[in-house]
Unconditional design. Structure first.
Length: 378
């Protein structure tokens, strides 16, 4: 088979470059740069044509993806990333450190840049393995933090989830806690789906002007919440899940959900959590898929990173005929983790206990009536 595609360039670090690369025009010259972090302690900046522009050495392993924002309003973008030396770094477009902020433990998460207090200036939000979620101003100064009571390894997501004209931040943890915050660190709601939660995805699945929150877990469940923390549905896919995305793939005004799993499948679900199809690979599909129109036709392609043992990037055409077998389970109360439904189980248990008590009382009463009748006949 002939090879498809031509290599334009490559650039090698001295160790694994695992996090998702950042592509952005950092210096506002009309050309985009590629920034990636590596386990060799460096954040690298490569030009659009593959030339090394700069690298910043933290001295410690970096596992966080980078993000970019014009924090000082000078027309160029700063690069932000977390590091295992417990810091979040802010690097200029030329590779110079502007500031760093130190936490009590590792920072695995990609910083989230959003104007959470509606003052037209963006804040930086991120979680740390010290079990706190932090908010910094655009200069890297501390604003507030909130205890999560569990470590956080994945990024948060932000949006006006309850239509109150206030931006909320939805934060997952390894301990199965999903929280929504608003400025200044006020917890609006918390839910315990269970397992280790991945990065949430906020979207309007059914185009009803209300946002939904999709979050997956390593225990095989995919959850969908409304903006006030109410569980809308859950679906069990039977394997540790990757990070979900959502897009209207077929133009029917309802969004489909795509996510990978460690069982080697890319799953596609409808907006209500029903299984539509899956595509099978020979490696784990943990990374976030990307849906793009690469060739400017009328159809999307799906870019899928496949990990060990394939270590391959795939491009799928949506016209492909996919033979699929629905995974076990399609949601329902019986498949929701116990912690997420403890109130319901208590109610059911009390009902069963009440029913047993009632049956015993009725049986005792009937036995007493029969004994009385026998004595009367004598």
């Amino acid at each position: 088979m002939d090879e498809v595609g031509t290599k334009l360039w490559n650039y090698s670090a001295s160790s694994s470059a695992e996090p998702t690369p950042l592509v952005a025009d950092l210096d506002d010259d009309g050309y985009k740069e590629v920034v990636f972090t590596s386990l060799d302690h460096n954040a690298y900046c490569i030009s659009y044509d593959g030339n090394h522009l700069w690298n910043y050495d933290t001295g410690t392993t970096i596992v966080s993806s980078a993000t970019a924002a014009d924090l000082d309003d000078d027309g160029t973008l700063e690069v932000l990333f977390g590091c295992l030396d417990k810091n979040v770094y802010c690097i200029s477009d030329t590779g110079t450190k502007e500031w760093n902020y130190s936490t009590g433990h590792y920072v695995y998460t990609r910083p989230l840049v959003v104007d959470i207090d509606d003052d037209n200036v963006e804040e930086i939000l991120f979680g740390s393995y010290d079990e706190y979620f932090y908010c910094l101003d655009n200069t890297g100064s501390y604003l507030w933090s909130y205890p999560l009571y569990s470590s956080i390894g994945w990024s948060a997501a932000a949006g006006d989830i309850d239509n109150d004209n206030v931006v909320e931040v939805v934060v997952p943890t390894h301990g199965g806690r999903l929280s929504a915050f608003r400025d200044p660190g006020i917890n609006e709601w918390v839910f315990f789906p269970g397992g280790s939660l991945r990065e949430p995805f906020i979207t309007d699945l059914d185009l009803d002007s209300n946002l939904e929150i999709i979050v997956s877990s390593n225990n095989g469940f995919l959850f969908c919440f409304n903006g006030t923390g109410g569980l809308l549905w859950n679906t069990y896919l039977g394997s540790s899940l990757g990070h979900p995305i959502s897009v209207d793939l077929n133009g029917d005004s309802y969004k489909e959900i795509l996510l990978g799993a460690n069982d080697g499948h890319l799953y596609c679900l409808d907006y209500q959590g029903n299984h539509l199809w899956n595509y099978t690979f020979s490696g784990e599909v943990f990374g976030k898929p990307n849906v793009v129109n690469l060739d400017s036709d009328s159809e999307y392609e799906i870019i899928v990173p496949v990990a060990h043992p394939e270590n391959t990037l795939y491009c799928l055409d949506l016209n492909i005929t996919i033979a699929s077998t629905p995974p076990p389970g399609n949601g329902g109360i019986g498949e929701i983790p116990f912690l997420a439904q403890w109130g319901l189980w208590i109610i059911i248990g009390m009902g069963v206990l009440y029913l047993i008590t009632l049956i015993v009382l009725l049986a005792t009463r009937n036995k007493g009536k029969k004994t009385t009748k026998k004595k009367g006949k004598k």
